[in-house]
Design a protein around this ligand. Structure first.
Ligand code: CA
Ligand code: CA
Length: 246
């Protein structure tokens, strides 16, 4: 079932709701006011007025520096989301990307970090891949402190070249700073976009929509079942009414 909440309030000046954006609004059950808020944020973020936003521009608006420990996570997130385009986001892409990250559950955040580090995309992490991720530099300076690397070296694994998802969850518990910046990024994006309270409301609406959709699917299935039973009973009746002499 669609969401009726997208029809309230007026569209603000300059904002164009194309098919792509309308789909995102429907998917995330956004109100018109939510999209207006996103538009205001987009204009504020797009400081060079290019019509797109870059990771650097997002850093400014969420008050982070390019050498902050959350930088590698945001850069990975944007480049992974919009592969094939560029490292710049149009307005519909911006809304979609920010929303996706803001609505991630804690497990999804850890999965996202796993994906960021899994350079060769084989669904395993090697200690080398983790080291590579942590050795990132900005303008010749290390982003992560040296003791981060030491903790990874000391972390006991069954095999240092094949850390699977379950083992990574254990690592994230024992060495939380590896996932902590991603949670901080989510918090900042929530704070500077719709605000934590509004994100809670969006979550509630999404949950309600999910329940309604499940209910509708159940009703549809029952109707189909009734229809199938009707056809069967008609066929049985025809069978029973047949002339036994034929
Ligand atoms: Ca720009
Ligand atoms: Ca890998």
């Amino acid at each position: 079932m669609g969401c009726k909440c997208t029809k309230s309030k007026k569209i603000i000046k300059g904002l164009v709701i194309d098919e792509d954006l309308a789909k995102t609004m429907e998917k995330y059950c956004f109100t018109q006011e939510n999209i207006n808020q996103f538009w205001r944020l987009f204009l504020k973020t797009d400081t060079d007025r290019s019509g797109t936003v870059s990771a650097g521009e997002i850093f400014t608006v969420i008050r982070e520096k390019p050498n902050s420990i959350i930088a590698p996570y945001l850069i990975e997130y944007i480049s992974d989301l919009e592969k094939g385009h560029s490292d710049k986001l149009s307005f519909p892409e911006f809304v979609r990307s920010v929303s996706k990250l803001c609505l991630y559950t804690p497990t999804q955040i850890i999965q996202f970090v796993f994906k960021c580090i899994d350079e060769n995309r084989d669904d395993y992490l090697s200690k080398d891949e983790i080291m590579f991720f942590l050795k990132r530099q900005h303008e010749g300076k290390m982003i992560f402190p040296n003791n981060y690397l030491k903790s990874i070296e000391l972390f006991k694994t069954d095999r240092s070249d094949k850390i699977d998802w379950m083992e990574f969850v254990r690592l994230a518990r024992e060495v939380p700073y590896i996932v902590f910046p991603a949670f901080r990024l989510q918090n900042s994006l929530r704070l500077y976009s719709l605000g934590p309270l509004e994100w809670k409301k969006v979550n509630k609406r999404l949950l309600k929509k999910k329940k309604n959709d499940a209910k509708e699917a159940e009703i549809k299935e029952l109707e189909m079942q009734k229809e199938r039973e009707k056809i069967w009973s008609q066929q049985i009746a025809e069978w029973d009414a047949r002339d036994p002499n034929l």
